[in-house]
Write a protein that binds this ligand. Structure first.
Ligand SMILES: Nc1ncnc2c1ncn2[C@@H]1O[C@H](COP(=O)(O)OP(=O)(O)OP(=O)(O)O)[C@@H](O)[C@H]1O
Ligand SMILES: [Mg+2]
Length: 259
């Protein structure tokens, strides 16, 4: 099993959308995917039709107590091959209650080992912050994907998340690798998109991470969560479904080249 954290401290850039739809696209290739909702907003859980107000407390207790196992809080979703560890607002207490405790940055890492044989990928949907939950996700991850909106101002925000990734790589989890920067909500042909792609391609730091696949703006992507389905199921021939399938294939190649 490879673990992939989806992270950006900026809100609304397509982290949750990518976690769900990339996972769902991989299930079409016959892969087994576990999606871990590490965001107290619980958007990924809600988008897959799981609304359980106790879920965040269970996840928090499972991270905290060595005797508890993640396997016991996994639920199946309506998408075959895509399982979920749901959450709720209660997970927010983790940031304050765990801060400063010994080993608080690597609690998750200690819990995922037992899932190793059951899934091809563990995909972690992070909240729009770089707090303790995000650090736990990065510490547990082999790879990280940074989704961002194709806007020149978003390029400036990248340095913060890249800095955090570098800090965790140095301090905790050396093999953490950047799988890619993913441009989302693309409105083809606009000047903002061109300017943003130009800035990233010209950058010696970012260009090697920029993924070829771009996720276009597509209304079916936005509609799918109300139907508790990934876009690949809700609108299987939509551009959104196509883009996430293309992303899954590009990442297969990158992961193959990096592992
Ligand atoms: N390619 C797309 N086309 C249309 N709508 C999209 C697309 N990607 C994301 N959205 C919509 O944009 C909104 C924000 O996306 P999403 O929830 O995935 O962002 P996020 O980064 O997870 O946000 P947060 O930081 O709050 O967790 C959602 O309503 C989602 O449906
Ligand atoms: Mg989200």
């Amino acid at each position: 099993m490879k673990t992939i954290a989806i992270i950006n401290q900026k809100g609304g850039v397509g982290k949750t959308t990518t976690a769900i739809n990339l996972g769902a696209a991989w299930t079409e290739e016959g892969k087994k995917i576990l999606l871990l909702d590490m965001d107290p907003q619980a958007s990924a859980s809600a988008a897959l039709g799981v609304r359980d107000i106790e879920a965040g407390e269970r996840l928090f207790q499972t991270m905290k107590e060595k005797s508890k196992e993640l396997a016991n809080i996994i639920v199946h979703t309506s998408c075959n091959g895509l399982d979920l560890i749901p959450t709720s607002g209660h997970l927010g207490q983790a940031e304050s209650q765990l801060a400063g405790k010994a080993g608080c940055q690597t609690l998750l890492k200690g819990r995922i080992a037992k899932l190793e044989d059951q899934y091809d990928y563990l995909v972690i949907d992070c909240s729009p912050s770089l707090g303790l939950l995000a650090i736990n996700a990065l510490s547990a991850a082999d790879f990280v994907i940074v989704p961002m909106e194709a806007h020149p101002l978003s390029v400036e925000g990248l340095s913060e998340v890249m800095g955090t990734i570098a800090d965790v790589t140095d301090a905790i989890n050396n093999p953490l690798q950047i799988l890619g920067i993913l441009l989302t909500r693309i409105k083809s042909g606009t000047n903002l998109t061109k300017e943003c792609v130009g800035m990233l391609s010209d950058s010696p730091v970012y260009s090697k991470h920029l993924l070829t696949t771009q996720i276009r703006e597509n209304i079916k992507i936005a509609e799918a969560p109300s139907h508790a389905q990934p876009v690949t199921v809700y609108a299987t021939n939509s551009s959104g479904a196509e883009d996430y399938r293309a992303l899954a294939k590009e990442l297969n190649q990158r992961i193959g080249g990096m592992s």
